[in-house]
Design a binder for this molecule. Structure first.
Ligand code: SAH
Length: 223
């Protein structure tokens, strides 16, 4: 319903995230604020608070809310942090981050998605996010270093150039594996890695992604 307030549905979703193990209050509060229905196509707004990935155009998806919550929690983002997001998509994850940290730089290779996300984030008053159009498979050196880096597309690995853009004491959260299945990896600035269970994301393309020389943009799956 256009114009309806989905706060009740949003709070129910946050309740289900809590029951499913999300503990970080800042993450839950951010997700209780961000209107996910604005980040999905209008005809899917009724499904915005069902815990699943949804198509957003250009063959891409916005991740399932639980995965957004879990990755944000694993990021351990704090109010004074600068964060790089690789794969803006709808801008939903960027909006959640913007409620928690000082600055977000989010890079998207599809210009129409980047433009739509940027306009929506501005409309919501989240003026601490800058959306950049381009290939960030090896990061976005122009605005480095970052306290935290989150990759929201399936990655063959964490590229050295991306890791080099991390500030000391920083961490990267990324889904690493094949195009079909990945594991959530937390990589610390000293090289230590933790693994946090299986996920399915659309593929990271570009220089340090899958099929750097093009090929079809078949979906590897949906987080
Ligand atoms: N975080 C997004 C969902 C990401 S889906 C959200 O909250 O909606 C993954 C996104 O990564 C897609 O939009 C895809 O186009 C983008 N992507 C894939 N490879 C990329 C690259 N090399 N650089 C920047 N963006 C990329």
């Amino acid at each position: 319903m256009a114009g309806s307030d989905r706060r009740v549905e949003r709070e129910a979703l946050v309740g289900s995230l809590e029951r499913n193990g999300i503990r970080d209050r800042a993450v839950l509060d951010a997700m209780a604020w961000v209107p996910r229905e604005r980040f999905v196509p209008e005809d899917l707004a009724a499904d915005a608070y069902v815990d699943r990935a949804l198509p957003i155009g250009e063959g891409q998806t916005v991740s399932q809310p639980w995965v957004v919550a879990r990755m944000t929690e694993l990021l351990e983002a704090r109010p004074d942090h600068r964060v790089l997001e690789v794969g803006t998509g709808s801008g939903y994850q960027a909006a959640v981050l913007a409620r928690i940290v000082r600055d977000v730089v989010s890079v998207e290779r599809h210009a129409p998605l980047a433009e739509r996300a940027s306009a929506l984030l501005r409309e919501l008053g989240l003026d601490n996010v800058r959306v950049v159009t381009g290939d960030a498979s090896a990061g976005h050196a122009a605005a480095a270093p970052y306290d935290r880096i989150i990759v929201t597309a399936a990655s063959p690995g964490i590229h050295g150039d991306l890791a080099a853009q991390l500030a000391p004491g920083g961490r990267i959260v990324a889904p690493v594996g094949t195009e079909r299945m990945q594991e959530l990896v937390v990589r610390h600035s000293d090289g230590r890695e933790e693994h946090h269970g299986g996920v399915m994301f659309v593929p990271l393309l570009g220089r340090a992604g899958f099929r750097p020389n093009g090929g079809s943009e078949r979906k590897g799956g949906a987080a």
